[in-house]
Design a protein around this ligand. Structure first.
Ligand code: FMN
Length: 238
């Protein structure tokens, strides 16, 4: 039986050693990746891709490019969450087409708003030329910001953060879903991104968000008791 959300959150640990004897059902992992795509994400642009690695040869190459970390070396399957900020135009069009197909169920005002958002606002935020355009937009926002509330995440580095945030939320959806099935994971950022991109033959504009080792935990794969900063130190009620 699947765990409740709270049970799955409690169960999830970063597992560094997976059981060599226990395999994962590819379809269950795939189902968890479908759950990953249901994560909240900025402007619903879904600037992500998920590479589900099951091929032994690829697993071994990826593990090598993760510095041979045990969480990668012992993983039965690996998921690579990739950010595709470069796809913003296609994804905006996908959203436009979606709303066009739903036009009958939307009011005129709602429909016009969606069109304006994906035709004007999104290009304003994402359009760039060698980082120059985005920097000028940022400076424009800085000046206008003295007079009114202004969206400021306009630099190239800002939109990268925005895209990575959403991809990380999808990765977390994936890991919690896996925990729901008593499957284990370990998120990793200790990897050589250029080598990983080469192994997966990724478009040069792709960025690796996270590499997630997957398997079933060995007892010694849990590195000690869970440590968290006391809640009172991180919780502020205003
Ligand atoms: C973005 C990110 C990158 C991480 N990179 C690594 C890594 O490269 N290797 C590793 O063993 N653990 C990695 N971790 C796991 C963290 O060390 C772990 O989540 C943290 O110590 C808390 O432990 P817990 O996940 O068991 O609660 C990473 C976690 C995150 C979220």
């Amino acid at each position: 039986m699947e765990k409740t959300v709270s049970e799955a959150i409690e169960y999830r640990r970063s597992i560094r050693k997976f059981d060599p004897e226990k395999e994962l059902d590819v379809n269950v992992v795939k189902k968890c990746l479908i759950n990953a795509t249901l994560a909240p994400n900025s402007s619903n642009l879904q600037l992500w891709e998920f590479y589900h690695i099951t091929d032994k040869n690829l697993l071994s190459k990826i593990s090598e490019s993760c510095f041979g970390q045990p969480a990668a070396k012992t993983a039965k399957q690996i998921v690579v969450t990739v950010v595709r900020k470069d796809l913003w135009k296609n994804r905006a069009n996908d959203n436009l087409n979606f709303f066009k197909s739903k036009k009958d169920s939307l009011s005129d005002k709602e429909f016009k708003l969606t069109q304006k958002y994906y035709k004007k606002v999104i290009p304003f935020v994402y359009k760039d030329f060698l980082g120059i355009l985005s920097l000028s937009k940022y400076l424009f926002a800085f000046i206008v910001g003295f007079f009114r509330v202004m969206y400021r995440q306009l630099k190239r580095s800002d939109t990268r953060i925005v895209a990575h945030k959403s991809a990380a939320l999808a990765s977390q959806n994936f890991m919690i879903s896996m925990a729901g099935f008593s499957y284990d994971t370990c998120p990793m950022e200790g990897f050589d991104s250029i080598k990983i991109k080469r192994i997966l033959n990724l478009n040069s504009k792709s960025e690796i968000n996270m590499i997630i080792g997957c398997g079933i935990r060995l007892k010694e794969g849990v590195y000690g008791e869970r440590f968290r900063i006391p809640f009172e130190k991180v919780y502020y009620r205003r």
